[in-house]
Design a binder for this molecule. Structure first.
Ligand code: NDP
Ligand code: 8X3
Length: 249
């Protein structure tokens, strides 16, 4: 019987790369996101059994209904990858867009918490499972204009550490993956579709790819049962932290 991984935000970037990696690695998948067409397209491409769930992680009722709709035989989730998330804007905090703040907080913190609250009780009951949260180098320290996004990823660190403490009496493992610069749709989303500005983020440096992060997630999930990869910071070479990036221009 194949293990089951549930991946949020599987329609793009790191989430999609995790879907491909875990499918290749012998898992069956529950892929979730807002874009039904992309979910179905990915399902068709993956060489494993796939269940798709379309919902917005900010909508608690829709998330609860989606998780409740998981059919019998699929509910024993082995790996939960809380990946759905985004940054919006890079303005100074005193000029930030409050709607953008709300979207980031609702997605990156509250959405991740909702999924955790719905899926982890089953893992605790079965005394088996692994939660992999996609945090960020942005959660280690604030960078210019990062303010609220950095705060959401600091929250992911605290929430991940808290969960690890709360399930320490079980065999459930909890991991915080903290990527640096990964070239996905992340910057296009951050700059509200300004592709030129998004491209600039990756100028003069070879950024990480979604696959680089998926490889680490899969490594953590594949470690022997007594090994808990608690946290991994994955930076691009020439990137020292969230602020220091040496570019060859
Ligand atoms: P992408 O924009 O490529 O992918 C983000 C995914 O999250 C998409 O599938 C998106 O779906 C989904 N998503 C966003 N909001 C919601 C929502 N409300 N409900 C459901 N799904 C949602 O970016 P990345 O792959 O780079 O981002 C994935 C995660 O990695 C995020 O948590 C991000 O913060 C984190 N990260 C990214 C880094 C980077 O440099 N790229 C570095 C460190 C961390 P949709 O298409 O519907 O918006
Ligand atoms: C994404 C990486 O440095 O752009 O979390 O915030 S960064």
């Amino acid at each position: 019987m194949k293990k089951t991984a549930l991946i949020t935000g599987a329609t793009s970037g790191i989430g999609e790369a995790c879907a491909r990696k875990f499918a290749e690695g012998g898992y069956r998948l529950i892929i979730t996101g807002r874009n039904e067409q992309k979910l179905n397209q990915l399902k068709d491409e993956l060489d494993t059994e796939v269940l798709t769930l379309r919902y917005d992680v900010r909508d608690r009722k829709a998330t609860e209904a989606a998780v409740k709709s998981i059919p019998e035989g699929w509910t024993d989730i082995d790996v939960l990858i809380n990946n759905a998330g985004l940054a919006l804007g890079l303005e100074p905090e005193y000029e930030g867009d409050m709607d953008d703040w709300e979207t980031m907080i609702d997605t990156n913190i509250k959405g991740l918490l909702t999924m955790t609250r719905l899926i982890v009780p089953g893992m605790v009951e079965r005394n088996r499972g692994h939660v992999i949260n996609i945090g960020s180098v942005a959660g280690d320290a604030a960078y210019a204009g990062g303010n609220v996004y950095c705060a959401t990823k600091s929250a992911v660190k605290a929430i991940t550490d808290g969960l690890r403490i709360d399930v320490a009496h079980t065999a459930v493992r909890v991991t915080n993956l903290k990527p640096g610069l990964v070239e996905t749709r992340f910057s296009n989303v951050r700059f509200h579709g300004d592709d030129a500005r998004a491209d600039n983020v990756y100028k003069g440096i070879t950024p990480l790819t979604g696959t680089d992060i998926a490889d680490v997630a899969f490594y953590a999930a594949s470690a022997p049962a007594h090994v808990q990869i608690a946290e991994v910071l994955i930076l691009a070479t020439h990137q020292a932290n969230g602020s220091v990036i040496h570019r060859k221009l």
